[in-house]
Design a protein around this ligand. Structure first.
Ligand code: FAD
Length: 372
C-alpha cells in the first residue's frame, strides 16, 4: 500500500515540525513554501522556549513541548544555538510576588522545575537588575533557540519535498497552486501562520504585531531570560497596544529586547513611540541598558486566536484539511507539541494533549467559505 501523502502549507517552525512528525509516522510529505524556510514569524521571533500557564491547555501544551525540545536538542546543529538559560519571572512588588506561588505549583504539577528567589537572592543572581525588586520565580528548564535553523533541520530530516510555491486555494482533495495546477493529497495541513487568514478567511485569526531590538556586544551581563511577572497583565491582556519587560541574553554578549503587542497593524513599520516605550520599560528594570547601543530593530506578526490557543485539528467543514496555526507568541515553543497532537489525530495515536480543546471547531460554526 502506498504511504499517505500529506501536503503541508507553510515552511515555518510549525509547518516544519508537522512535516517531521508526519514523515516519522510514515507519510510522504510535500511542503509548500514560496519564501525562505523559517522566514516568516519564525525568523522574527525571540526563540524563547517557555512554559506558560495562562490556561490548563496552554500549560499542558508548553510543558509537553519543552520535553520534546529537550529530547530534540542533542540532534540539533550547533547553528540552532539551543541553550538552557532558564527564565526569571521578576516580581516588582509584593502583589506580584504573591502571584508566584500558585504559578510555581502549576509548573511543578506539569512536571517542570520552579523555585522562588527572595529579593536578596534575585539581586545576587542578576546584579544588573534595579535594586528594590520583590523577588522572582526561577524556571531553570526554559531555553532559547534560533528557530529558522531548526525549521530547516526538521524539513531536511523529514525528507520532505519542498515546492517553492504558494497555495492559492484549497480544493476537494488537494491544493490549487498559482497558474491553476492542482496538487492532490490524502491530507492537507494548513500551517502557514498568519497566511491562513487569507487562505481560509472564515477562521477567527488576527495579526498581532511585535517589535524586537538587538543590542551591540558588551550589553549588561544577564544570565537568564528575564520577564516581568506583570507580563501577562501588561502584554497579553486587552486589545490595546502594550509593552512588557522581556530580555534575552545572547551568547555573543548582546541582549535581545522585547516585547510589544499591537492588533490591526498589518505593516512592517517600526512604531517609534511604542519602541521608545518598550525600551524605557526595559531600562526601568535593567538601568545599564540606557548606556547600550542598538544594532537592529525589526517587527513580526503573531497569528492570534480569540482564546490565545492555537487551532490544531480538522477544519470544521473541509474533509482532509487539518489546521496547525494561531500560535500567537508561543509558536516556537509549542511547534513540537502541536506536531505531536496533530500526528496523534491523524494516525490515531494516544496523546495527553488531546484531552485539551485545541480543535478549530471550539469557536462554534464558522461561516462556510466557498473553496475552489
Ligand atoms: C516579535 C515576536 C517575538 C516572538 N517571540 C517568540 C518566542 O520567544 N517564543 C515563541 O515560542 N514564539 C515567539 N513568537 C511567535 C512565533 O514566532 C510564532 O508563533 C511562530 O513563528 C509561528 O510559526 P508558523 O510556522 O505558524 O508561522 P510562520 O513562521 O509565519 O511560517 C508560515 C510560513 O508560511 C508561508 N506561507 C504563507 N502563506 C502561504 C501560502 N499560501 N502557501 C504556502 N506558504 C505560505 C510563509 O512564507 C511562512 O514561511 C514571536 C513572534 C513575534 C512576532
Amino acid at each position: 500500500m502506498s504511504a499517505l501523502h500529506a501536503i503541508v502549507i507553510g515552511g515555518g517552525m510549525v509547518g516544519a515540525a508537522c512535516a517531521d512528525t508526519l514523515a516519522r509516522g510514515g507519510a510522504r510529505v510535500t511542503v509548500l513554501e514560496p519564501g525562505p524556510v523559517g522566514g516568516g514569524a519564525t525568523a522574527a521571533s525571540m526563540g524563547h522556549l517557555v512554559v506558560m500557564d495562562d490556561s490548563p491547555a496552554q500549560l499542558a501544551l508548553t510543558a509537553r513541548s519543552l520535553e520534546l525540545w529537550e529530547a530534540l536538542a542533542p540532534a540539533l546543529p550547533p547553528q540552532a544555538d539551543y541553550h538552557t538559560c532558564g527564565t526569571l519571572w521578576v516580581a516588582s512588588d509584593d502583589e506580584e510576588l504573591a502571584a508566584v506561588e500558585p504559578k510555581r505549583q502549576a509548573y511543578l504539577a506539569a512536571g517542570r522545575r520552579a523555585t522562588l528567589l527572595t529579593a536578596a537572592e534575585l539581586s545576587r543572581t542578576e546584579p544588573q537588575l534595579r535594586p528594590g525588586l520583590a523577588g522572582a520565580l526561577r524556571v531553570p528548564g526554559d531555553s532559547v533557540v534560533y528557530a529558522p535553523v531548526v525549521a530547516r533541520f526538521l524539513l531536511e530530516r523529514a525528507g520532505a519535498t519542498l515546492r517553492r510555491e504558494a497555495a492559492m486555494a484549497l480544493t476537494d482533495g488537494g491544493v490549487r497552486l498559482a497558474g491553476g495546477v492542482v496538487l492532490r493529497a490524502d491530507v492537507v495541513v494548513v500551517a502557514n501562520g498568519i497566511g491562513a487568514a487569507e487562505l481560509l478567511p472564515e477562521l477567527p485569526l488576527r495579526q498581532r504585531k511585535g517589535h524586537l531590538l538587538i543590542t551591540e556586544r558588551g550589553a549588561p551581563a544577564v544570565n537568564h531570560q528575564l520577564v516581568e511577572l506583570g507580563y501577562l497583565k501588561s502584554a497579553h491582556g486587552g486589545d490595546g497596544d502594550s509593552v512588557a519587560f522581556n530580555v534575552q541574553p545572547r551568547p555573543t554578549g548582546q541582549l535581545l529586547i522585547g516585547s510589544s503587542r499591537q492588533f490591526e497593524r498589518p505593516d512592517r513599520d517600526i512604531d517609534w513611540p511604542l519602541l521608545r516605550r518598550m525600551l524605557r520599560r526595559a531600562a526601568d528594570f535593567l538601568p545599564a541598558l540606557a548606556r547600550t547601543s542598538a544594532l537592529r530593530v525589526w517587527t513580526g506578526q503573531r497569528c492570534a486566536t480569540p482564546d490565545h490557543l492555537p487551532l490544531i485539528g480538522p477544519h470544521p467543514h473541509l474533509d482532509g484539511v487539518f489546521l496547525a496555526t494561531g500560535h500567537e507568541g508561543l509558536g516556537i515553543t509549542t511547534a513540537l507539541g502541536t506536531a505531536e497532537a496533530l500526528g496523534a489525530q491523524l494516525f490515531g495515536e494516544p496523546s495527553a494533549l488531546l484531552a485539551h480543546d485545541f480543535t478549530p471547531a471550539r469557536f462554534g460554526r464558522v461561516p462556510e467559505a466557498i473553496h475552489a
